[in-house]
Design a binder for this molecule. Structure first.
Ligand SMILES: *Cc1c(COP(=O)(O)O)cnc(C)c1O
Length: 385
């Protein structure tokens, strides 16, 4: 079964008791028990709810996994995974990591005595060299945000296997449509379903998928005791969004490819970061581990003045944090995701005053190209490439 069919039929997408063409919203906290003598599959909605179970089953199917657990946000999912480690454990993580994860690690995990080393994610030697006797896991996120650097997933997995370590990946940018890390040997896959999986900028949600029954039991326990369950209405909306993920991603990627090519040729653009471009340093690895470059790209204009002139002239994309909606979203890391990072550190990471990130929506490609082109024309200063 290919992905678009699988999105509609690859799991129990219909209600088995009534035949309803969409899984009902089981709006209940508790379940009347047939007898107080014994338990039954559903007893209390924090422990399990049929609507949530349906979403979990759907997402597990899309990631080719056995188990999935749905959380109240991507951060809730990440917390459940990372807080499974013990005091004294050490983890290795890619340095270009989602800002919330960075904050969780630095401001919460360190308090619990879990040590972290950040490495240059593109350098396999750096991953290997960071491993210590108390290292328990390797955590990756590829392509990275906002510079779209690519980590060799199979390379990191083979290092992990040689040292008996667990691998975790934040697969939000690629979606299960384009990258299935479990197939590459990764143990735990995490998504912020807020982004492309739900796809409509109207839900905050997170998911953890695994094939390992022991890890599943642990993540399920974390969901139960930390309590960060996804509410039933949001489960329903996410399932509704998921069904069109394939079609949405196809359209967005088609535009992202054309846009990145146009930007690469444009005299006002200093640099384009898109793993689907041949000029991207991670292009070959991306091609091996994912079936597209995705729908997110970033590019650099001359300076802040150019950024402001461009953003002001742009008509279609909304200026916002987040990504993965049906609408194109333009983000400015300097005032948004990286606002708390000191300028010097930010620039060292490559997040300059001229950097913009674009999450490409499902608008018509020609309209997006025309809008971006007219906005670029508003930047007077042309840069020598
Ligand atoms: C948005 C995002 C998160 C956090 O997800 P929330 O749903 O906002 O909690 C984590 N990782 C990546 C890559 C993201 O883009």
């Amino acid at each position: 079964m290919e992905n678009n069919t699988k999105l509609i039929h690859g799991y129990r997408a219909f209600d088995e008791t009534t035949g309803a063409s969409s899984i009902p919203i089981y709006q209940c906290s508790t379940f009347k028990q047939t007898s107080i003598k014994e338990g039954q599959p559903y007893t209390y909605s924090r422990f399990g709810n049929p609507t949530r179970a349906a979403l979990e089953e759907a997402v597990a199917a899309m990631e080719n996994g056995n188990y999935a657990v749905a959380f109240a946000s991507g951060m809730s999912a990440i917390s459940a995974v990372l807080l499974s480690f013990d005091q004294g454990d050490h983890l290795v993580m890619c340095k270009s990591i989602y800002g919330g994860t960075f904050q969780l690690v630095n401001e919460v995990m360190q308090r619990f005595g879990i040590e972290i080393t950040f490495v240059d994610e593109t350098d396999l030697t750096a991953w290997e060299e960071a491993i210590r006797p108390n290292t328990k896991g390797l955590y990756l996120e590829t392509p990275s945000n906002p510079l779209l650097s690519v980590t060799d997933i199979a390379g990191v997995v083979s290092i992990a296997k040689a040292h008996g370590l667990v691998t975790m990946i934040d697969n939000t940018f690629m979606t299960p449509q384009f990258q299935n890390p479990l197939d590459l040997g990764v143990d735990i896959v995490i998504h912020s379903a807020t982004k492309f999986i739900n796809g409509h900028s109207d839900v905050v949600a997170g998911l953890v998928i695994t094939d390992d029954p022991v890890w599943h039991e642990q993540i399920f326990l974390q969901q139960k005791v930390l309590g960060g369950i996804l509410g039933v209405e949001d489960c329903w909306l996410t399932m509704r969004g998921l069904k069109t993920m394939g079609l949405r991603m196809e359209q967005s990627v088609r535009s992202a490819e054309k846009i990145s090519q146009m930007l690469e040729q444009h005299p006002a653009v200093k640099k384009v970061n898109y793993p689907g471009l041949k000029s991207h340093p991670g292009y070959e690895i991306q091609k091996q581990q994912a079936s597209s470059g995705g729908a997110v790209l970033s590019f650099e204009l001359a300076d802040q003045e150019a950024v402001f002139a461009f953003a002001e002239a742009l008509k279609i994309p909304i200026a916002a944090v987040s990504l993965g909606g049906v609408e194109s979203i333009l983000s400015y890391p300097v005032t948004m995701s990286h606002a708390c990072v000191p300028k010097e550190e930010r620039e060292k990471q490559g997040v300059t005053d001229g950097l913009l990130r674009l999450s490409v929506g499902i608008e018509d490609t020609a309209d997006l190209l025309a809008d971006l082109t007219q906005a670029l024309a508003k930047i007077e200063e042309k840069i020598e490439k």
